[in-house]
Design a protein around this ligand. Structure first.
Ligand SMILES: *Cc1c(COP(=O)(O)O)cnc(C)c1O
Length: 378
């Protein structure tokens, strides 16, 4: 056995069950609601709605990516349209633009939240309008759980009458001025993938204050079947609904959401305190009124080389860490598209590292991480 195998693995972000999930899943078995839809789906949707407040309606779907796909469709995005998208994010934020044959245009981040820069968004819109193209939608992301500059971004969207798809896949439990992330956009998107703050193994949701959107999403997600005794279709449908079995996991998970947020915020505070002696390591603080679920705790190191040294040293200790998201405008698949950038996300990618952030990490785990990082400065 080599050294790595003798040390227990510390994951970046692993599932953390609350305890009641199996009861809800057992309900599904006992009542034979194994087929999609059923009481767990309805109850999970209600629980999400109660958590988010602001009288939103919720459609539980098979993934966050499916929710973005349907969300863009509902906002009227079709072939040839342009969609403005935050560049600093996971590829799933932008892939659905491609599914629809639309064109992504990437917008860089600002340094206070690492999310979409209001000034670059304005520049992108004004530039496209001056070339007689009005962007059809804006996809903006609360990355790593940190809310974007909601007020500024939404004011610009309103000024130009462009709808917002709010990618809140990483931000369930986060809020801006005491309002839940996921409720700000014309359409909001959540994810319950295995590494997110709560999980249904795989799943997502489309959220909106406009019930017509969630009704339509459910219609499209269940094969777009018209009201007729036989199977009749006037629209192209999708098979995107969440299953009743997985919604049972979700019901148990959402009961412990605040505990999960508290645990992840504690991880962040631990890292900040333990690494405070190293002046060269920077953290992303919450601006006033911004409340992050701290889905992942991230640090900025002094250089690309230092980031790699730390990442490899952690790996040697069997500890998983990950560079910050590679900006989409730098991805081979998206590199040909227009972009409005100022170097912010490129610098974050070069210097940034996500540390183990699971809500199930022990104090011992956390010390293993910080002790390993501290050694890089000895
Ligand atoms: C996870 C994630 C998604 C996609 O969600 P899935 O449920 O995995 O399809 C979209 N956007 C962001 C920012 C994500 O982190």
């Amino acid at each position: 056995m080599n050294v790595v195998e003798t040390k227990e693995k510390i994951w970046l972000s692993s599932p953390h069950m609350g305890g009641t999930e199996q009861e809800y899943v057992k309900d599904a078995f006992d009542t034979n609601w194994i087929a999609p839809l059923g009481p767990n789906v309805n109850a999970f949707e209600n629980a999400i709605g109660n958590t988010l407040g602001s009288s939103v309606s919720v459609a539980a779907l098979s993934s966050g990516t499916a929710a973005i796909h349907l969300g863009l469709k509902l906002l009227g995005v079709t072939k040839g349209d342009e969609v403005l998208c935050q560049s600093f994010t996971f590829s799933a934020s932008a892939n659905p633009i491609m599914y629809l044959g639309a064109t992504p245009i990437f917008v860089d981040s600002e340094v206070n939240t690492w999310n979409m820069s209001p000034s670059l968004l304005r520049k992108a819109i004004e530039t496209r309008i001056s070339e007689n193209k009005i962007p059809k939608a804006i996809i903006v992301v609360h990355l790593y759980g940190m809310p974007y500059k909601v007020e500024e971004i939404h004011a610009i969207a309103k000024e130009f009458k462009i709808p917002i798809l709010e990618d809140s896949a990483e931000a369930l439990g986060s809020s801006y001025m005491n309002k839940a992330c996921g409720t700000f956009g014309d359409i909001g998107v959540l994810s319950f993938n295995g590494n997110k703050i709560i999980t249904t193994s795989g799943g997502g949701a489309l959220v909106s204050k406009n019930k017509a959107y969630t009704d339509r999403a459910i219609f499209l997600a269940t094969q777009a079947r018209d009201d007729a005794p036989h199977y009749q279709h006037s629209n192209v449908g999708y098979n995107y609904r969440m299953s009743n079995v997985l919604a049972g996991i979700g019901r148990g998970q959402i009961e412990v959401l605040q505990d999960r947020v508290d645990a992840r915020r504690k991880n962040y505070e631990f890292y900040k305190k333990e690494l405070s002696s190293i002046k060269e390591i920077e953290f992303l603080e919450e601006p006033n009124g911004f409340y992050s679920n701290r889905w992942l705790s991230c640090i900025l190191t002094p250089s690309f080389q230092k980031r790699e040294d730390i990442r490899l040293a952690l790996l040697e200790e069997n500890i998983e860490s990950r560079p910050l998201w590679k900006p989409l405008h730098m991805q081979p698949i998206f590199s040909e598209y227009q972009k409005f950038i100022d170097g912010t996300s490129e610098a974050l990618f070069e210097r940034g590292l996500c540390l183990p952030s699971g809500s199930n990490l022990t104090q011992t785990d956390l010390y293993r991480v910080t002790n390993c990082i501290k050694k890089e400065w000895l």
